[in-house]
Design a protein around this ligand. Structure first.
Ligand code: ATP
Length: 289
């Protein structure tokens, strides 16, 4: 095999709770992760020339070691003593710096790709051990589907597939730094936490209504205060008939869950012609085969 093409799916958080802070600054989380049918496309090609070469449709993305794809391939090559080089083309569709694990899912796809391209056939756990060195969300991205993520994100429990629905994703134009959000989270002052167990139970019962009414992200306490537009986007989604709406990760992406296609479409068209048009997607949950 000389060349491989991979889809790298984005994720949303149906639930995100922070339960503690470690002395090293890392946070202990409890998150419900869900992959969606929005993906980047990566093509990895073996080349004779030594090195890792990345070409992408987004001119502002790094193509050197600061790109997580580069870091993932380098790590893989070092650990398995691979000679030669790899050429990567990345077609980026997932909004960048959006709380959708865009970089992490590309890194995960690159590890899966290298594993097949060089016929190493490492088990998932081995790839995840490598992945966590690249980022806390990479082990989950290697797994995909619906999962509970604990620790700093590396302790994963697969869950049954979340009930099917229409998922509207809107990425506002402003950026929110993940570091800023976590640093400004007043953990000891929080009086309410998302009910992660209720979400798990809703998923197990395949109950979309319960799932939608249990959505919760503790990081909204920081982001929504900073950017009230986030609350407006959520309210708009609800006014169009979303069963629930939430910010994903540390934001600023907001998603809404619908059980009715025409309502989801009407909401999508509303955002499509507005200021967030280019970064609005109507999609659904993705479960890896
Ligand atoms: P998370 O949900 O894990 O916090 P995110 O959606 O907030 O991720 P990313 O899209 O991964 O953030 O991008 C964060 C930064 O990482 C970008 O500003 C970008 O410069 C850098 N980056 C490195 N590699 C990639 C990649 N392959 N795709 C996107 N961004 C990348």
């Amino acid at each position: 095999m000389n060349k491989i093409t991979l889809y790298a799916n984005a994720k949303i958080n149906l639930g995100l709770d922070v339960i503690g802070k470690r002395p090293n600054g890392y946070h202990d989380v409890r998150m419900i992760m869900q992959t969606v049918k929005l993906h980047d496309i990566l093509t990895l090609k073996k080349i004779r020339r030594k090195g890792i070469f990345i070409k992408t449709n987004l001119h502002f993305l790094p193509t050197n070691e600061n790109n997580l794809i580069y870091a993932a391939i380098k790590l893989f090559m070092n650990e398995y003593h691979i000679e030669g080089g790899v050429h990567v083309t990345l077609e980026k569709k997932i909004p960048v710096a959006a709380g959708m694990a865009g970089g992490s899912t590309d890194a995960a796809a690159a590890l899966h790709g290298m594993n097949q391209l060089y016929e190493t056939y490492l088990p998932l756990e081995k790839l995840q051990e490598m992945g966590v060195k690249l980022g806390a969300d990479v082990p989950y991205c290697l797994l995909g589907g619906t999962a509970l993520s604990e620790g700093i994100g590396e302790i994963l429990t697969p869950l049954p597939p979340a009930p099917a629905c229409y998922c509207l994703i809107v990425k506002p134009r402003f950026a929110i730094s993940t570091k800023y959000v976590y640093e400004n989270l007043a953990l000891s002052e929080l009086t309410e936490h998302p009910d992660i167990d209720a979400l798990i139970s809703a998923i197990e019962k395949e109950d979309l209504m319960m799932l939608s009414s249990s959505l919760g992200n503790v990081l909204e306490t920081v982001s929504v205060k900073e950017h009230p537009e986030l609350a407006d986007i959520k309210a708009t989604m609800i006014s169009f008939g979303a069963l629930g709406s939430l910010m994903s990760g540390s934001g600023p992406t907001v998603f809404g869950l619908f059980d009715d296609q025409s309502k989801a479409n009407a909401a999508f068209m509303h955002f499509k012609v507005g200021p967030y048009g280019k970064q609005s997607f109507l999609t659904g949950f993705f479960q890896p085969g």
